[in-house]
Design a protein. Structure first.
Length: 370
């Protein structure tokens, strides 16, 4: 029973953080000297690239290919949990299951092609393979003889999944004299086998940075600070095989113990109610407490009955679930750096922290003219 409820509450959070070649530098020496002739710009992209070069902008190569490694861990808030078995009715467990913590983690490798569409706008695609997990700690709560709610049992579980993501993004930029501002944003759809539909994620990441040049003409290093805002689709529906998430050994004993606790709670509620005077029973506050307590006991009883029925053929039984989820904190702080060996090769890394989310991304990029 304990691990069943948790396994059914699995919510996968996976988002792909990425950013483009985030600046275009202005060379004031060129502006003070002869302008670059527009017809000497050799590439099709970016649009207006020849004019930007003529005005003194030193543009990166217009196309790039990058491979990035991503690690992320984020706290979730889960509400409106409903659970059913063998495609039967879903039971509302929101009143009796309370989550102490829900943590989503992901390790991923993404492939990221990009182009500079305009000198101030980079667009890119995302193709991702990931290993994700959700760890949950929660408790089953029922009312006692005084109609006070108490945790009668605690449980925890961890579920691992493979995920595939695709998406796209864009990065408007503004740069001048080695400093730059980038407003990275991307949309990603993540497909997980245990979910009925892909998870949609939107990421917004403003960054403000500074470029430090080396003696080598094309070599530099960038440092930046910024923010990371995450938003994803809140409703999650899915189905799992009962045998994959519940060890059948000892489960029947736990279900039987659950029936006993529910029966005890029901007796205590009736004892409390019958001990009230007629005037107290007419009090709307007491009526609400009584109805809420009975609803909770009924929900626990229905859940146990459904689990008990599913155990008759546990090897083929399935579990359906529905819930709402949200990140505990939408924003966190990021700092990062990129080392440019030359105009073709770059190494970059970024870490995110503060709030309830930690993350790291590191990658290698190759750029070329298009």
């Amino acid at each position: 029973m304990k691990r069943c409820v948790i396994a059914l509450a699995i919510s996968v959070l996976f988002c792909v953080q990425s950013f483009g070649q985030v600046y275009a530098d202005i060379d004031y020496k060129k502006l003070a000297g002869e302008a670059v002739e527009a017809n000497k710009y050799p590439y099709i992209l970016p649009i207006w690239g020849a004019k930007a070069t003529q005005r003194g902008f030193q543009l990166p190569y217009s196309a790039g290919l990058a491979v990035n490694y991503l690690w992320q861990e984020s706290d979730l808030v889960i509400d409106n949990l409903q659970v059913g078995f063998n495609n039967g009715p879903l039971y509302d467990l929101d009143e009796i299951i309370r989550f102490d913590s829900a943590v989503s983690a992901a390790k991923a490798v993404n492939f990221r092609p990009d182009v500079w569409l305009f000198p101030f706008l980079n667009v890119y695609g995302l193709f991702v393979k990931a290993k994700t997990s959700t760890s949950i700690n929660a408790g089953l709560w029922l009312p006692d003889a005084n109609n006070n709610w108490n945790q009668v049992t605690a449980f925890s579980s961890k579920a691992d999944f493979d995920a595939t993501s695709v998406g796209f993004g864009l990065t408007p930029t503004l740069g001048i004299s080695g400093a730059w501002l980038a407003l990275d944003m991307n949309c990603v759809w993540t497909d997980v086998s245990a979910l009925d539909k892909p998870i949609f994620t939107f990421v917004f990441g403003p960054r403000l940075g500074k470029t430090i040049k080396f003696r080598h003409a094309d070599r530099n290093i960038n440092f930046w600070v910024g923010g990371f805002r995450l938003k994803f689709s809140s409703d999650t529906n899915g189905s799992l095989n009962l045998s994959e998430v519940l060890p059948p050994l000892g489960l029947q004993d736990k279900v039987d113990q659950g029936f006993a606790k529910v029966g005890e709670a029901e007796k205590q509620i009736e004892a409390w109610w019958n001990g009230l005077s007629p005037a107290e029973q007419s009090n709307p506050v007491n009526v609400a407490k009584y109805n809420t307590a009975n609803r909770a006991v009924d929900a626990a009883g229905n859940l146990l009955t459904a689990v008990d029925g599913a155990l008759s053929n546990a090897s083929t039984a399935t579990v359906q679930y529905s819930l709402d989820k949200a990140p505990k904190d939408m924003w966190n702080f990021v700092v990062g750096s990129q080392f440019q060996l030359n105009k073709h090769w770059m190494l970059r890394a970024e870490v995110g922290f503060m709030g309830s989310r930690q993350q790291f991304i590191g990658g290698l990029q190759y750029r070329f003219g298009l």
